[in-house]
Design a protein around this ligand. Sequence first.
Ligand SMILES: C[S@@+](CC[C@H](N)C(=O)[O-])C[C@H]1O[C@@H](n2cnc3c(N)ncnc32)[C@H](O)[C@@H]1O
Ligand SMILES: [Zn+2]
Length: 272
Amino acid sequence: MWQCPLCQHALDTSSTTWRCDNNHTFDQAKSGYINLLPVQNKRSREPGDDKVMLTARRDFHQTLGYKPLMQKIVQIIGAHFSEKNSLTVYEAGCGEGAYLRFIQKNLIHEGAVFTAGNDIAKAAVDMAAKLDKRGQFVVASSFSLPVMEQTVDVLLLVFAPGDHNEFARVLADKGVLITVDPGPEHLIEMKKVIYETPEKHSPPSASSGLLNIVEELPLTFSVSLEDDKRRNGLIGMTPLCWKLSEQTLATLHHAVKTVTADFVIRVWCKHS
Ligand SMILES: C[S@@+](CC[C@H](N)C(=O)[O-])C[C@H]1O[C@@H](n2cnc3c(N)ncnc32)[C@H](O)[C@@H]1O
Ligand SMILES: [Zn+2]
């Protein structure tokens, strides 16, 4: 499934050094991830989310704050692939890997489930690889995936950027792309503390020349923030909470006891 980021030939991944037939080599880091991001594609020294944001996200996900979303994703995958005997689930922009871990643990599937993901942040895949020894994690950009054509059954994109040309290229003919974006009411209670007139999220455009939407599912639920780890995690991982005054942050911590999680889940296929 993996391809060399330098010459696009298949990578032999049978040892801890991955190698293509042009002898480009990539060594596994101690935690198990592989860096497949060519230096020339690196736009900054440490691209992507940093350790503080990633730790906040891990804390939040460990309290299963978005469990209904994770369960919905598992249900969608199960419904689309009940009869396939081996399944490759790939997450672009996987962060610290919470969704893939949940899928591994909860997807009831007759055959083998192979999980893999990329993130532009080395710290993210390092954390993911340390906790998940079954999945494979690589440093790579979601705008240039180190993945061979038509090798992925389920491509997952949760609050992360990417390129539909690349998604269409790597998806198997009967594969699906599942995207998750914030819906209009997402975290509205926090926004009301921060802004006088909070703007509502509008999900990104649904048009794509290469992939067609076959399902669009809004999903809304309440998330209790009584638990400190969950509340600190959510505030730490949410961009609109970065750069706030001490006072606004304190209000957020004390006044917001429950938040609305509001998502738009879309399922895309190559052919309608
Ligand atoms: C909001 S986080 C979501 C992480 C994960 N999907 C989750 O929901 O827990 C977005 C992730 O995308 C990564 N990212 C940003 N730009 C990227 C790119 N060009 N290629 C791959 N990953 C990228 C960030 O490092 C970060 O981990
Ligand atoms: Zn190569």
